[in-house]
Structures are given as structure tokens and as C-alpha cells.
Design a protein around this ligand. Structure first.
Ligand SMILES: Cc1cc2nc3c(=O)[nH]c(=O)nc-3n(C[C@H](O)[C@H](O)[C@H](O)COP(=O)(O)OP(=O)(O)OC[C@H]3O[C@@H](n4cnc5c(N)ncnc54)[C@H](O)[C@@H]3O)c2cc1C
Length: 480
């Protein structure tokens, strides 16, 4: 089996690469270990309910990606709803709007809130004058933006719960991605733009914009549309399959692939890997295993387990998602998808997706669905949600594990990542891309843009190679 491109992993990055490659006339094979494609971007269907693996809004993380977003919209036939972001946090027994508004502290918590609001405003004023130069860790960033009191009582426990790492050890650049020095003029200008054109400038802050498109029938609709188009252009898919070794060099690669039908050898001129970078490092031959093991250990991901609750009730709350800080609750966020699009649940019913940040081997990861559901319903009943009493309304529950939800970027990770990428550079025509492959906090649009760019580069190389071969042939014929 010989291909121009073999793609490891069939998430949105792998599928986008397959689409571009097959459209360009390159013979393409996607190897996906799961029984279906889509990766984190897929939707799970259950008894008429749809669950996305985390909220998956479509928006351009930077201006250059507007074109990619427009392309995806067209491909998914514009089946989107335009929604205003509505997020809340549960803090000290009350639900507050997020991003935090200083005035709300006072109305919600009285004098104690007044003290927090004062420290918040003081921190912002200091930031305006001194800027954020010198901030290194996520802790520095939060203390600088919100003050040390709010850091201690709110952000520290929340970040520890989500990442399983002390915020002082998390890299600021990698998480916040676009941390700029804030200047007074810029601050005022941004405020005016936000005030009179909500959702505009915010779209490029690397955070979710105030207004975004949501796939009406679930994020999975997008990846299905990409896969169908790629298959229509001849891309092949091998599901429940994994590469066991990848060996070769400039002239191409041999992959040993384990699939349900047996193990086979696949030859590829180019390999695009979108699987977790540490897994790819392990597949490469020849390599020094001891060396690789140290790099692998330094590149870790945070997992997420999503508990899906199917409920026989109209609504649970009025936001799209709520963050839960503190150890009183085992989960860190709950999403009510119906508040994004009515199509996520049958009429008169709703659902909750409850996110637990945990890793394989931890008790929360391996707890059976039944006890996890009971525990979650008990914790939810203590929350001041508009309709917290879900007892007797539960139609069913199940959970979905996402082992590689977030790459963990500690302050020392960038150095390890640079070393891993130097190793990969020894393998020409092998590209590790996407959220898992690049080991970056990338959004879907960025993954698609990266996939397109990689395939364009490959196509250019292949065209040059073909021209070179033709020239050589002509030369031989002329001499003959
Ligand atoms: C909770 C959460 C919320 C998010 N919200 C948004 C959002 O609102 N908007 C947005 O744009 N982005 C969002 N993202 C980011 C988005 O999900 C990712 O950028 C995108 O899904 C990454 O796609 P990928 O193809 O690079 O990786 P993945 O989706 O992880 O795909 C990798 C694929 O490789 C397969 N695989 C793994 N190992 C192997 C192997 N050894 N052999 C073969 N196959 C293998 C996996 O099964 C998977 O299908 C969110 C992410 C999370 C975790």
C-alpha cells in the first residue's frame, strides 16, 4: 500500500489535511485509532440528545483565520446559530457573571465584596501604569490582573483543580498566548470598541469572543462534513488502527500498522502526524529510547472526563456554562447545550455535560458512571441553580473520557518541546501538527489553517519533484 501522504489521527486537523491533500490529487490515507473520526471535535449522540466534548464554538482566533472559518461555514452549509456568550461562575455560594464585574461583587457580597472589588480595581490601575512586563507564570498574570486576594481565594484553587498544577509553575505565554503590555491609550480604545461594537475586537484576544457561531446540531456536524468531502475526493480511512513503528527518511517512510484485519506495512512519501507528540516520538525509528523517554515524560496532557446527564425537564440554568471553583465540587464546569442551540435535546427535555479534570489512574477517572452520577447530582443539588433539584428527572447518564484534553505547559515545558521538535526535524517529510501534534493550546480554526498550510507545502514539494523527474527524463531522452 503506497500513499503520497499518510495521516496519523482523524481529528479536525487530520481530516482537514486529508481534505486538502485529496483535493490536490495526492493519494491519502488517514489512520485513526478510534472507531470514528472527529477526535475532540466530534459529537456523541444518545437517545435523541447530542453532546459535544466541551463547548466548541466556531470563530477565528486571529484575523488571518477569518478565511478558514468562512470555508468551514460553507462546508457545513451554514448550519450554525449566532449566540451571545453567557458564562457564570459559582463563587462563595453565589452565581456571578463572567468576566468578573467589580460592581457585582458589592451587590452580591456586601462589604466583603467591596474589599475584593477594591483590590481588583487597584490591581487593574497598577497594571495600566506598570504594564505586564516581567510576568512569567500564570500566577503572575492573575495576581497582576485581579490582585493577590482574588488570586488566593478564587483563581488558585480553580487552576489547581483544572490543571492539577500549581499556577506558579504554569507558563504564562503558553496559556494566555497573547499577553501584551497594556497601555492607557490602548485600554481606553479597547473599552470604546467593546462598548459600541461588542464581540468585534475581542475575537482576536485568544479567548472566546463575546459573540460566536455554534454548530446548530453539534460540533460533530463540522468534522463529518470535512470527512465526507475528503472521502468524496478519494481519501481513504483506516479506523481502529494504529501505527506501531514509523521508519525511513527523505525518500519516504514505512509504517507498521495494526488494524482489526491484521498488521500491514504501509509506504508513504510524507507522514502528517496529529497524534499526541510524545506518542509519535515513541514510534520513530531509529531513535535512542532512553533519550526519548525523558522528553516524553516532560510533555504531559491533562485529561477530562465528561459526564452526560439526560434530564426530563425544560431547563437547569440560563447561562451556557458555569465554572465551579473550589474543592466542594469535584467538577470544574457544567454546560447546558440547549442554551446554545435547542437542537441538542428533545422538546421539553435538556441535558448537562459535567466536566471533571482528571487523568487516567486517578479515582475520578475510574469511578463507575452510576456512583459518579449520584455524587454529581448530590453536589449539584447544593448549588444555587434556578432548577437544581434534578432528583426524579434523570433519564440516563454516561461518561466520555478525553485523555488528551489540554497540553500541560509548565514554565520549563517550552525547552523540552523545542528539543522534541529538533529531534523531529531529523525526519524530513514528517510533520507533527494540530493541538496534539504541535503540543499547543490551539483552537479548531488554527488546527485547520495549520493542516492546509502543511499540505500546501507538501504539494509544492511534490510538484517540484515531478518537474525534476520530467526534466531528467527529457534529458535522458535527448542524450539517447
Ligand atoms: C474542553 C475543550 C473545549 C474546546 N473548545 C473549543 C472551542 O470552543 N473552539 C475551538 O475552536 N476549539 C476548541 N477546543 C480545541 C479543539 O477541540 C482542538 O483544537 C481540536 O479538536 C484539536 O484537533 P486535533 O485533530 O488536533 O486533535 P484531536 O481532536 O485530539 O485528534 C487527534 C486524533 O488522533 C487520534 N489518535 C490518537 N492517538 C492515535 C494513534 N496512536 N494512532 C491513531 N490515531 C490516534 C485520536 O483518537 C483523535 O481522533 C476545545 C478543546 C477542549 C478540550
Amino acid at each position: 500500500m503506497t500513499y503520497d501522504i499518510v495521516i496519523l489521527g482523524g481529528g479536525i486537523t487530520g481530516l482537514a489535511a486529508a481534505l486538502k491533500a485529496s483535493e490536490s490529487g495526492l493519494r491519502t490515507l488517514v489512520i485513526e485509532k478510534d472507531s470514528e473520526t472527529g477526535g475532540i471535535w466530534r459529537s456523541v449522540q444518545h437517545d435523541g440528545f447530542t453532546f459535544d466534548l466541551g463547548v466548541h464554538g466556531l470563530y477565528a482566533a486571529k484575523p488571518a483565520n477569518e478565511e478558514v472559518v468562512a470555508f468551514i461555514r460553507g462546508l457545513a452549509q451554514n448550519r450554525f446559530v449566532l449566540t451571545e456568550k453567557k458564562t457564570k461562575i459559582l463563587f462563595k455560594g453565589r452565581l456571578l457573571n463572567y468576566p468578573l464585574v467589580a460592581s457585582e461583587f458589592f451587590t452580591a457580597y456586601g462589604m466583603e465584596g467591596f474589599l475584593w472589588a477594591t483590590t481588583l480595581l487597584f490591581a487593574r490601575a497598577k497594571l495600566l501604569i506598570a504594564g505586564n512586563r516581567g510576568m512569567r507564570s500564570f500566577r503572575d498574570y492573575v495576581v497582576g490582573n485581579f490582585g493577590s486576594l482574588l488570586y488566593r481565594i478564587y483563581f488558585e484553587p480553580y487552576v489547581k483543580k483544572v490543571w492539577g498544577v500549581d499556577p506558579a509553575l504554569l507558563s504564562l505565554e503558553a496559556l494566555a498566548r497573547r499577553v501584551r503590555r497594556i497601555r492607557v491609550r490602548e485600554f481606553i480604545w479597547t473599552w470604546i470598541k467593546k462598548r459600541f461594537h461588542p464581540g468585534g475586537s475581542e475575537a482576536y484576544e485568544g479567548l472566546q469572543p463575546a459573540r460566536f457561531l455554534y454548530p446548530r446540531e453539534g460540533a460533530g456536524h463540522i468534522v463529518e462534513a470535512i470527512r465526507e468531502r475528503a472521502a468524496g475526493h478519494g481519501a481513504e480511512f483506516l479506523l481502529r488502527a494504529q501505527a506501531e513503528t514509523v521508519s525511513g527518511g527523505p525518500d519516504g517512510y514505512w509504517l507498521t500498522v495494526r488494524a482489526p484485519e491484521g498488521t500491514r506495512q504501509v509506504r508513504a512519501r510524507h507522514v502528517i502526524s496529529t497524534i499526541p507528540l510524545p506518542e509519535l516520538l515513541q514510534l520513530l525509528h531509529p531513535e535512542a529510547p532512553a533519550d526519548i523517554e525523558a522528553l516524553r515524560r516532560g510533555l504531559r496532557y491533562r485529561g477530562m472526563r465528561m459526564l452526560c446527564l439526560l434530564l426530563d425537564m425544560e431547563r437547569v440554568f440560563d447561562a451556557q456554562w458555569i465554572y465551579f471553583q473550589g474543592n466542594e465540587f469535584a467538577f470544574s464546569r457544567i454546560n447546558e447545550f440547549k442554551n446554545l442551540s435547542e437542537a441538542f435535546a428533545p422538546r421539553g427535555q435538556t441535558s448537562l455535560a459535567v466536566e471533571f479534570n482528571c487523568d487516567p489512574g486517578e479515582p475520578l477517572w475510574s469511578l463507575e458512571d452510576g456512583p459518579l452520577t449520584e455524587r454529581t447530582l448530590a453536589e449539584l443539588s447544593r448549588c444555587p441553580l434556578p432548577h437544581a433539584d434534578m432528583a426524579g428527572k434523570l433519564l440516563g447518564s454516561f461518561s466520555v473520557p478525553v485523555e488528551h484534553a489540554y497540553p500541560i505547559m509548565r514554565t520549563e515545558t517550552q525547552g523540552i518541546l523545542d528539543e522534541a521538535k529538533r529531534r523531529l526535524a531529523r525526519f524530513p517529510n514528517l510533520y507533527s501538527i494540530g493541538r496534539q501534534g504541535d503540543f499547543g493550546y490551539l483552537n479548531g480554526d488554527e488546527c485547520v489553517a495549520m493542516a492546509f498550510k502543511t499540505v500546501e507545502g507538501i504539494k509544492g514539494k511534490e510538484d517540484r519533484r515531478t518537474r525534476g523527474l520530467e526534466d531528467r527524463q527529457e534529458d535522458i531522452e535527448r542524450r539517447a
